[in-house]
Design a protein around this ligand. Structure first.
Ligand code: AMP
Ligand code: MG
Length: 416
């Protein structure tokens, strides 16, 4: 049985990056850049005003004191977007100018409107402004050809903005994985229907679909099926055809009705990369792969217990998704791991790395404490619902005393 780190390594070695596509910039949010952004031109492109105010020659302001303002004759107005680069401002003159308007070469300083009285044909400048102020210089952020953003980073709103700033209507990003989520179990009923005395609602397929969507990925295909080989085979076969990643829950343990692994291996030719890992919750986790039409297909069989399903999604599926999407290793795709004092003593059987659901908080001195939530059993979702970290309780350890230093992984559903 693999350790947590060994399982992660296997996933990393197995998962291939999806192909790059050229998308409209309205459809790149949440994707990963497949090419770097380089400056197509200087940014800003031209000297422009950082303020609404008056464009002047800095030398005209040097005599201004609190009780000695300076009046300058107004020669015109420059609005944002207007072409008045030739407008020449002689000494003793000023031009009304707006934020973002191109500054003519004879203007070296913009005085904020708030420091001036507008006298219609002239302006009274009441406060001294240092020569050179309030002008955004051409190329001060980027020179033509500069690297703006590297490839391999997630497209966030400011990234979209930068790409648009350089005039790109389309940009190369990696495809996002198409995902199918299948809940398996004879006891499962879809929410909204009646339950018999021994049935339960399928919560996993919804929770996992939500976990996928929380990462900014498209809504997966989602449904549940019975523990019945033909049904499992048909559902998985179609999912392998249509989607890149399949996440099943339930039916991967050692019970007689745990048929998912067998169907994948024997009926669908999926190659098992690993089955079971020394983690708690989530020991029965299955990971396999196959090819379909030259495209890699991945299957995660997650255990059925709701906490196990979501925790293993976090621990194992998220890194696979990051790799598929082209997120670079040294970027933001590893969970943040912090040292914290544990707020309560814990006991366990050695042999598996426990991920104890906890609440991480920081006191006034910056000391972090991780308090295990109540309801740690793997069928008790409420403990996970309140948790913001997974406390790593070492494989070999049998106990942790209150205030012992532990490692806690931040648990943020919306981030890699
Ligand atoms: P299994 O891994 O199939 O042995 O299931 C382990 C436990 O998880 C059982 O108590 C199941 O009833 C429960 N379970 C399995 N699938 C789901 C699901 N989709 N939603 C909620 N509970 C589930
Ligand atoms: Mg089951």
């Amino acid at each position: 049985m693999l350790s947590y780190e060994e399982a992660l390594k296997k996933i990393d070695e197995t998962v291939e990056q999806l192909p790059a596509v050229d998308n409209a910039i309205t459809h790149i949010l949440g994707h990963v850049l497949a090419e770097s952004v380089t400056a197509a031109f200087d940014l800003p492109r031209f000297d422009n005003s950082a303020m609404d105010g008056y464009g002047v020659r800095g030398e005209d302001l040097v005599t201004i004191t609190d009780d000695k303002p300076r009046e300058l004759a107004l020669v015109g107005v420059i609005e944002a977007g207007s072409q008045k680069a030739e407008l020449k401002i002689e000494p003793g003159k000023a031009v009304k100018i707006f934020t973002g308007a191109r500054v003519p070469p004879s203007v070296d300083t913009v005085v904020m409107k708030e420091y001036c009285d507008d006298l219609d044909s002239a302006v009274r400048v009441k406060e001294k402004t240092e020569a050179g102020s309030n002008i955004r210089r051409a190329g001060e952020e980027f020179k033509k050809g500069d690297l703006v953003l590297p490839s391999g980073i997630l497209v966030t709103p400011p990234v979209v903005g930068l790409i648009a700033s350089f005039g790109h209507a389309r940009f190369k990003v990696y495809e996002q994985p198409r995902i199918t989520i299948i809940g398996t179990g004879d006891e499962l009923v879809t929410p909204g229907s009646e339950l018999s005395a021994s049935q339960i609602y399928d919560s996993n397929s919804y929770a996992l679909a939500a976990a996928v969507q929380a990462l900014g990925l498209p809504r997966p295909i989602r449904f549940n099926i019975k523990d019945q080989e033909d049904q499992i085979e048909a559902a998985l076969k179609e999912a392998l055809r249509q989607t890149d990643l399949i996440i099943t829950t339930g039916g991967v343990s050692v019970g007689d009705r745990d048929l998912v692994k067998e169907v994948l291996e024997k009926r669908l030719g999926v190659e098992t990369v690993f089955w079971r890992a020394k983690v708690k919750p989530g020991k029965p986790i299955y990971f396999g792969t196959t090819k379909h039409d030259g495209r890699q297909k991945l299957v995660f069989g997650l255990p059925g217990n709701p906490v196990s399903a979501l925790t293993t999604f976090n621990l194992f599926v998220k890194p696979a998704l990051a790799k598929m999407q082209g997120l670079k290793e040294d970027g933001d795709c590893k969970p943040e791991r912090l040292k914290a004092r544990i707020g309560k003593s814990l006991k366990k059987k050695p042999g598996r790395l426990d991920f104890v659901r906890g609440i991480l908080s920081c006191d006034d001195d910056g000391v972090l404490t991780a308090i295990p939530t109540t309801g740690q059993d793997s069928h008790m979702l409420s403990g996970l619902a309140r948790a913001n970290c997974l406390i790593e309780f070492d494989e070999a350890a049998a106990k942790a005393d209150e205030n012992d230093l532990v490692t806690a992984q931040k648990l943020i559903w919306s981030e890699y």
